[in-house]
Design a protein around this ligand. Structure first.
Ligand code: NAP
Length: 470
């Protein structure tokens, strides 16, 4: 018995895929307008309307494939006793959002299972959402920025892309996106279509902007490789809405998040408890939601450490001093992990001396600030040299650093991973020094979050590296 989805909806297909359910999708072309008109003239309720439309679609496909289980789905947005359809143009969307702004509306998500032309199971979920009180400028900006996507969406919004525009949501991520997965998976199991009904876990990377993040590729690779039921996405949240949106996402079913610029400090402040590393660093890049609590971690140091040990297992940070170039957020995490693992002395140099001094004051007397112009001076005394500046990255100036005085066994590593082999690493290799590139840090720092959200320990290997580097 096969499973067939009577829907063209990309969102519904995506939800079923993350459940690891094997299915084929079939567009069920029905005359929605006539059916809707007839239902409205009968005074049908929103529940009946969404269920009937889902049923029409499922029946149509079920008649073609009577042996198989057919899933039908429909969703309508209801506001002020009216159905809010897909917007016809930008002007209409602007008016619609203006009317809905600050008000509650509801989404009715109907799912149905058919076999042999007959219904086996039905479910309609109602989600209440309140759109924030949006100013006309915010609405104009929203319409212009999101029109390409939201013109295809009932209600004129895509919740998954902009959850921050809602001030209150009572429902689940699955209901909002169009398939009530926990109930549907149970029903599929009860009808013998699948053997396991466990519900996909949800996680995301949050930032502003976020389109550049490689994290969705990384986590999706692990999910697909291990066949784990789950999804990892990216969500852009403007700083003013960070706290509320994180709480909303947790309430609709998220297990946790990676957090990137500019939210790392806000993430720490929002958390209910923190790892020692996050506390010492004063920022978090990983949040885990569990039992009503939000746990914060900072995993950059962990990622840095495990990357080096993967390629240079004999590396000993305690052997002698380290030189760190740069004093930004990443340097903070690296100083912390080096000191926690026995580094005897760290030379810290930064273009802006005051920032380096701040870190030296924070981490204590093992950290010595060196003037940026004198940055080559400590090299002869260091067994580890780490670039944490953005110099050497594509589009940035090169890092000028003469390594000729380095001891033969010195390890040179660069956090910049675009390009993978920076000029710093090339020069170090030419001099016969050990080198480790920055890609692995990005991969390893993702592990603790993945383990916590998806309950599975992933492997950092060459396949992952290739996937992330594209
Ligand atoms: P950040 O907080 O913005 O710090 C940037 C650092 O680069 C500061 O020390 C800054 O010095 C220095 N810098 C920038 N432009 C410079 C210039 N023209 N000359 C000299 N120094 C300059 O950024 P971050 O989060 O620490 O990240 C730093 C780098 O590490 C970025 O390239 C980032 O992509 C990379 N990174 C990689 C990983 C990984 O997984 N491989 C993880 C985290 C970060 P000032 O204080 O003088 O501005």
């Amino acid at each position: 018995m096969k499973i067939r989805l009577a829907s063209q909806s990309v969102a519904r297909q995506h939800l079923l895929k993350m459940s690891r359910v094997l299915f084929t999708a079939h567009p069920a072309r029905i005359d929605e307008t006539s059916i809707l008109d007839a239902l409205l003239s009968e005074g049908a309720s929103a529940t009946d309307i969404s269920a009937t439309l889902a049923e029409y679609k499922a029946r149509k496909i079920s008649v073609k494939f009577p042996e198989d289980l057919v899933i039908g789905g429909d969703q309508i947005a209801f506001f002020n006793r009216k159905i809010i359809g897909k917007p016809e143009n930008k002007q209409q969307l602007t008016e619609q959002l203006t009317e809905m702004s600050g008000e509650k509306h509801s989404l009715y998500t109907a799912n149905i299972l058919y076999k042999d032309g007959k219904p086996l199971w039905r479910y309609v979920a109602k989600t209440d959402l309140v759109l924030r009180d949006l100013s006309s400028e915010e609405i104009a900006e929203y319409v212009n920025e999101h029109w390409d996507v939201v013109q295809h969406c009932a209600g004129g919004y895509a919740f998954e892309n902009t959850p921050h525009i809602f001030s209150s949501v009572k429902g689940t991520w699955f209901d909002i996106l169009g398939l009530s997965l926990p109930n549907l998976l149970d029903a599929l199991k009860n009808q013998g279509g699948i053997s396991d009904a466990s519900v996909p876990k949800l996680a995301a990377v949050l930032g502003h902007p976020i389109a550049q993040s490689r994290s969705p590729i990384l986590h999706s690779h692990w999910l697909d490789k291990e066949g784990i039921r789950g999804n990892y996405t990216s969500i852009d949240i403007p700083p003013a809405y960070f706290d509320e949106t994180v709480k909303t996402l947790i309430s609709v079913g998220f297990s946790g998040f990676n957090v990137t610029i500019p939210h790392k400090i806000a993430a720490l402040n929002l958390s209910t408890d923190q790892t020692q590393a996050a506390k010492r660093i004063g920022a978090a890049n990983t949040l885990v939601a569990k039992d009503g609590q939000i746990h914060a971690d900072s995993t950059d140091g962990y990622g840095f450490w495990h990357n080096i040990l993967q390629f240079e297992p004999d590396w000993d940070v305690g052997q002698s001093a380290s030189l760190i170039l740069g004093a930004g957020g990443a340097a903070r995490a690296i100083i912390d992990v080096l000191l926690s693992n026995g580094a005897p002395k760290i030379y810290l140099t930064n273009r802006t001396r005051a920032t380096a001094q701040e870190l030296a004051d924070l981490f204590g007397d093992k950290v010595h600030v060196v003037e940026w112009d004198d940055r080559t001076a400590p090299i002869a005394h260091c067994s580890t040299i780490i670039n944490t500046t953005s110099l050497g990255m594509v589009g940035k100036p090169p890092l000028e650093l003469d390594l000729s005085t380095a001891q033969p066994n010195t390890l040179v590593t660069d956090l910049v991973y675009n390009p993978v082999e920076t000029d710093l690493l090339k020069n170090a290799k030419t001099l016969g020094l050990k080198t480790v590139d920055g890609v692995g840090m990005l991969l390893h720092q993702a592990k603790p979050g993945f383990e916590a959200w998806f309950n599975h320990s992933p492997v950092v290997d060459d396949d992952l590296r290739k996937a992330v580097l594209g």
